[in-house]
Design a protein around this ligand. Structure first.
Ligand SMILES: *Cc1c(COP(=O)(O)O)cnc(C)c1O
Length: 354
C-alpha cells in the first residue's frame, strides 16, 4: 500500500520525478549509459547542471538580477559556516528562531561577533519574534524562513539595512516572496527539491570579496561561481533529480500555483487542530508554517490508540521532533491534498471514538 508520507526530510518527491530519476540511473536519455556513470564534464551532464540552475533562478524570479545559482554539497549545515566564512568580517546579526538558527549562530561565532537580533528561545521557539529592528552596522543579517522542527514560519521579513542571508531549507519554492530582498539564500535539497546530497545556494555576486581572511578553496563561493558548480565533482544524481522536481514545479505553473495548494493543505490540517478538542497546536497561530504543522494530543492517554489508527491508515513520518514531542505533519510541495485529508480523517475518527 502506498503510504501518506509526511516525513520532515528527506521527504516525499513527485512520483513522476522518482520514475524519471530511476530510469536515468539505468539508461540516461537512451545513451546506453547510466546518469551516474558518465563524466560530469560531458555535454549531457553540463546541460543538466545548466538547466537546473536556470530553472532555480527562473522559478525564484531572479534571472538577470545579478544572482548565481549553485549546487553544492555538505548540506545546509555546511552553509552555516560557509556563509560566515565568506561574509563575516566583523559583526553579523542573527534571528534565533529554532534549532537550525541556533546552529547557524554557533558556526558564525567562529568568524566574528554575532548579535542575536531577537530570539524566541524563551518559549521553546513556538513563535517568530516581531518588532525588532536590524542594526545597520552589521556585515549581514541572517534568518531562517521556516523552522522545520517547531513549525513556525516568517510571514513578514524585516526590512534590512544590510545584506540579508536566509536559510530557506524547508520552504523554498513553496510560496511566493520577493526573493530579490535576499542576497544569499541556501537550502538543503531534501526538504522541498530533491534527494539529500546537494544544497542550493543562490547568491548575489556583488556580495563577495569583502572579507580579508583566506578562504579554503572548497568553502569559497567564488570558486563554485567561476566553475559553474563544477569546481569538483558535483553530486550528479541529486542535481539531476532536483532538476526534474524544478521542471515538475514549472509545468504545474510555478511557485504561485503550488502556493495555492500548500495553503489549502495547511488550512485543512490547522482547522482540524483548532476544531478537534482532542488536539492542540504547538506554534503561535499567526506564525504557523504551511510546511510543517506541529500539534499534540491534549490527553496523552490517547497516544497508543491514535498511533495505531494512523499507522493502519498508512501515515508515515508524523512523529514530532524530540525537542517538541507530539506530532508533526510535513506538507512539502509534493505531498498531495488527499494525504492531508486522510490524516484529518484519522484525527476526526479518533474524536468520534473517544
Ligand atoms: C534540515 C534543515 C537544515 C539542515 O540541513 P542539512 O542539509 O541536513 O545540513 C538546516 N536548516 C533547516 C531550516 C532545515 O530544515
Amino acid at each position: 500500500m502506498k503510504k501518506h508520507n509526511f516525513s520532515a526530510g528527506p521527504c516525499i518527491l513527485p512520483q513522476e520525478v522518482l520514475l524519471k530519476a530511476s530510469e536515468a540511473v539505468i539508461d540516461f536519455n537512451n545513451s546506453g549509459l547510466s546518469l551516474i556513470e558518465i563524466s560530469h564534464r560531458s555535454k549531457p551532464f553540463i546541460e543538466v547542471m545548466d538547466t537546473a540552475t536556470a530553472l532555480a533562478l527562473e522559478l525564484l524570479g531572479l534571472e538577470g538580477k545579478g544572482y548565481k545559482a549553485l549546487f553544492l554539497q555538505g548540506g545546509a549545515s555546511t552553509q552555516f559556516l560557509m556563509a560566515a566564512y565568506n561574509l563575516l568580517e566583523t559583526k553579523a546579526g542573527y534571528l534565533n528562531t529554532g534549532t537550525w538558527a541556533a546552529k547557524s549562530i554557533k558556526e558564525a561565532k567562529l568568524f566574528g561577533d554575532v548579535v542575536e537580533v531577537a530570539s524566541s528561545k524563551d518559549a521553546n521557539y513556538n513563535y517568530i519574534p516581531k518588532g525588532y529592528s536590524v542594526p545597520s552596522d552589521l556585515d549581514y543579517f541572517h534568518c531562517t524562513s521556516n523552522n522545520t522542527i517547531f513549525g513556525t514560519q516568517i510571514k513578514d521579513f524585516p526590512t534590512s539595512p544590510v545584506p540579508m542571508v536566509c536559510d530557506m531549507s524547508s520552504d523554498i519554492f513553496s510560496r511566493t516572496l520577493d526573493f530579490s530582498k535576499f542576497d544569499l539564500i541556501y537550502a538543503g535539497a531534501q526538504k522541498n527539491m530533491g534527494p539529500a546530497g546537494t544544497t542550493l545556494v543562490v547568491i548575489k555576486e556583488d556580495l563577495l570579496g569583502k572579507v580579508t581572511r583566506v578562504i579554503p578553496s572548497m568553502l569559497d563561493y567564488k570558486n563554485f561561481i567561476e566553475k559553474d558548480s563544477m569546481f569538483n565533482t558535483p553530486p550528479v544524481f541529486a542535481v539531476y533529480t532536483s532538476m526534474l522536481t524544478l521542471q515538475w514545479l514549472k509545468d504545474l505553473g510555478g511557485i504561485a500555483a503550488i502556493e495555492k495548494e500548500n495553503e489549502k493543505k495547511a488550512k485543512l490540517i490547522y482547522s482540524e487542530i483548532d476544531l478537534n478538542p482532542l488536539f492542540k497546536g504547538f506554534a503561535a497561530t499567526e506564525d504557523r508554517s504551511t510546511m510543517n504543522a506541529t500539534f499534540n494530543l491534549v490527553d496523552d492517554k490517547l497516544k497508543d490508540t491514535f498511533d495505531t489508527m494512523a499507522k493502519e491508515a498508512g501515515m508515515n513520518g508524523i512523529n514530532g521532533h524530540r525537542s517538541v514531542g507530539g506530532y508533526r505533519a510535513s506538507m512539502y510541495n509534493a505531498l498531495p491534498y488527499t494525504s492531508v485529508a486522510a490524516l484529518v480523517e484519522v484525527m476526526s475518527e479518533l474524536e468520534r471514538k473517544a
